[in-house]
Design a protein around this ligand. Structure first.
Ligand code: NAD
Length: 329
């Protein structure tokens, strides 16, 4: 017999950036956590602090392979989120999204577990409506370089709702907008980690396009609170619900803020915009406010400061490793 504070929870992609913070929060709240990850876009050190915890278990496998486990809740986060990572093996990205979603839905069907899908603002594509409400159907190139991710996630949403309507599976769907914080990889390729690493190394800060394209950034602690609030929201509230920070800034502004916060003298250099890069991105979060009582509370400068501290430590550790390898070689 379990109480609300003693659930067994499966987190696919639990070794990743958001997943590792989610696993930590769930463990801190007294739950047992089963993490499934193949570390295709993350490193096991993200969850090093959890590996010896008696209520934490890691299964290293592909989410698309059958899972025979008893759980009460499933968070489906497995999928590389950075364009560099998800475009490296586009077929595997589609497979992860589609076969992975089907797999966790089958598990929910077999166990009666509630299942949450980590969908994405990318399902809106290069949006013609701004800011993006959940009712907007999106503007996605189905055959472009980002399609493996965007269309994979759209298909996963379709699968979640098909299982809900056909088999009454208890689903929750969130659309995550740009999230940042510690444990993004040094070579992750997303804009905040790129800019911070370049600024700390004193390298040129690379801006794609003229930097006028906008994004809005949510700190990872706020995102984890939103995911948990949605998972535990009233029965029948399926979403999709947007989770993100509605404060919008241009990529050029972001580069300037980060250069200042890192005391860097890096130059800003401008390169061609990649194919299908969205021009603007900002969530409408009224639904999350009303139904979940959720909104982000971490100011950008505070979140950036924590993220910069993390990357300073990572770069110091990487340079120590290089020095010791050079000495021993
Ligand atoms: N970070 C963001 O800004 C953002 C925005 C929108 C949506 N999301 C979604 O949130 C989720 C987590 O994103 P993240 O930023 O933590 O990315 P991440 O790449 O750090 O984490 C994804 C994790 O999934 C694992 N994974 C990938 N394919 C797998 C497979 N086939 N089997 C098992 N494990 C697999 C990776 O190894 C990694 O640990 C993803 O589903 C992503 O699409 C993230």
């Amino acid at each position: 017999m379990t109480t609300n504070s003693e659930r067994r929870i499966l987190v696919t992609g639990g070794g990743g950036f958001i997943g590792s913070h989610l696993c930590q929060r769930l463990i801190d709240s007294g739950h047992s956590v089963l993490c499934v990850d193949n570390f295709v876009s993350s490193v096991p050190s993200n969850i090093a602090a959890l590996l010896d915890h008696p209520q934490f278990e890691l299964i290293q496998q592909d989410v698309a392979l059958p899972l025979d486990v008893q759980v009460h809740q499933i968070y489906n986060l497995a999928c590389p989120a950075s364009p560099i990572q998800y475009q490296r093996d586009a077929v595997q990205t589609i497979r992860t999204n589609v076969a992975g979603a089907m797999n966790v839905l089958e598990l929910a069907k077999a166990t009666g577990a509630r299942v949450l899908q980590a969908s994405t603002s990318e399902i809106y594509g290069d949006p013609a409506v701004h800011p993006q409400p959940e009712s907007y159907w999106g503007h996605v190139n189905p055959i472009g370089v980002r399609a493996c991710y965007d269309e994979g996630k759209r298909c996963a949403e379709a699968l979640f709702f098909a299982y809900h309507h056909q088999f009454s599976i208890d689903i929750k769907v969130v659309r995550i907008f740009n999230t940042y914080g510690p444990r993004t990889q040094l070579n992750d390729g997303r804009v905040i980690s790129n800019f911070i690493v370049q600024a700390l190394r004193g390298e040129d800060i690379t801006i794609y396009g003229d930097g006028s394209q906008t994004r809005s950034f949510c700190y990872v602690d706020d995102m984890v609170s939103g995911l948990i609030a949605m998972m535990n929201s009233e029965p029948g509230f399926t979403g999709p619900v947007n989770l993100g920070n509605p404060e919008e800034l241009s990529i050029l502004e972001l580069a300037q803020v980060l250069r200042k916060q890192t005391d860097s003298h890096s130059q800003l250099v401008f390169k061609a915009l990649p194919q299908d890069d969205p021009r603007q991105r900002m969530p409408e979060i009224e639904l999350a406010r009303q139904r979940l009582g959720w909104y982000p509370t971490t100011p950008l400068v505070v979140g950036l400061e924590r993220t910069i501290d993390y990357f300073r430590r990572e770069l110091a550790a990487a340079s120590k490793e290089t020095t010791s390898t050079t000495i021993t070689a």
